[in-house]
Ligand binder design. Structure first.
Ligand code: F6P
Length: 341
């Protein structure tokens, strides 16, 4: 049996560990063969592959990025679609696809599975916003990177008696902001799930300042102040028609300064959160998910993805995974908010 692996959508630390886990288990336990599709669905639609022998995955679980490349190509657009992909798979002798990606990738995988293709999924998102898995790999690393960076912002903020605003990733959900904010002792954490007024933010900043602290605000890129209808976006749309986010920190900083009189600076952490080596937690999770994806193909569980439930890896149907976003529940925000101000 021969399987094709792809990584699609935004990259995140741990993708290579999934590839290694899948290839090593497939070769060692089942004598399977593997190829990689280059640049996500683009490689699938164009039949652009590379061989993945055992030596190609040597030592890569600690390597950031993805050795296969990625893209935000939609496999149903342009020359894509199930017939074209099936023809490439038949020509290349590929029996099934292991698709590693986030919600957009898995939604496309579901449509292709419905059209009769053999696909299993591995969930991936630094945002940690997929409901059917307790954690996605990449999230732990992103929180660690954000925490280290915000600790640094804290010391320069304290030297200058400034308010520091740190913008982190989180398109629909505020998990990175919540965890990095709690880890760094933020005086306000602003997340997409909780519309908040500028007055409330200024109150928290003032309270911290009055105690002699340099106020720290951690904001997720998808945060919407209560006087706005949608997240801050001024960089057009991505390939799936979603607004490119980023810039809410720069929007808030002068507003906070004007309302509090405290000099304020904003820093966007951006793609730094997705780069570099994965944490030990993410390497282990990603490796286990890659190995479990081999069980999925052996058991022909087409249309399912592997997921983490507690400490065990399970298999769940795509529809379960795609139904809901895993948002920050109210009690988790309320718990963190006790520490604001
Ligand atoms: O979906 C993960 C994510 O990192 C979001 O947090 C962010 O909005 C987006 O990807 C950035 O995408 P790109 O890499 O295309 O700039």
């Amino acid at each position: 049996m021969k399987f094709g692996i792809l990584t699609s959508g935004g990259d995140c630390p741990g993708l290579n560990a999934v590839i290694r886990g899948a290839v090593l288990k497939g070769i060692k336990v089942y004598g399977q063969e593997f190829v990689g599709f280059r640049d996500g669905w683009r490689g699938v639609v164009e039949g652009d592959i590379m061989d993945l022998p055992r030596q190609s995955v040597r030592g890569i679980s600690k390597q950031g990025g993805t050795i296969l490349g990625t893209s935000r190509t939609n496999p149903f657009e342009g020359n894509g679609g199930p017939e074209v992909i099936k023809a490439h798979m038949d020509r290349l002798g590929i029996d099934a696809i292991i698709a590693i990606g986030g919600e957009g990738t898995l939604a496309a995988a579901r449509r292709l599975t419905d059209a009769g293709l053999n696909i299993v999924g591995v969930p991936k998102t630094v945002d940690n916003d997929l409901d059917a898995t307790d954690y996605t790999f990449g999230f732990d690393t992103a929180v660690q990177i954000a925490t280290e960076a915000i600790d640094r912002l804290r010391t320069t903020g304290e030297s200058h008696h400034r308010c520091m605003v740190a913008e982190v990733m989180g398109r629909h959900v505020g998990w990175i902001a919540l965890h990095a904010g709690m880890a760094t002792g933020a005086h306000a954490i602003l997340i997409p799930e909780q519309a908040t007024s500028l007055e409330q933010i200024a109150t928290w900043v003032n309270e911290a300042h009055e105690r002699g602290r340099a106020p720290l605000v951690v904001v997720a890129e998808g945060f919407v102040p209560d006087h706005q209808d949608s997240p801050h976006s001024e960089r057009g749309l991505d390939a799936f028609g979603r607004p490119r986010l980023g810039g809410i920190g720069e929007q808030l900083a002068p507003q906070i300064e004007a309302m509090t009189g405290i000099e304020t600076r904003a820093t966007v952490l951006g793609h730094i959160q997705r780069g570099g080596v994965p944490s030990a937690f993410d390497r282990v999770l990603a490796t286990r998910l890659g190995m479990a994806a081999i069980d999925s193909v052996v058991e022909q569980r087409w249309g399912t993805m592997v997921s983490l439930n507690g400490t065990e890896i399970e298999h769940v149907p795509f529809e379960e995974a795609l139904g809901n976003l895993k948002t920050v529940p109210q009690h988790r925000y309320d718990e963190a908010a006790i520490l604001f101000g």
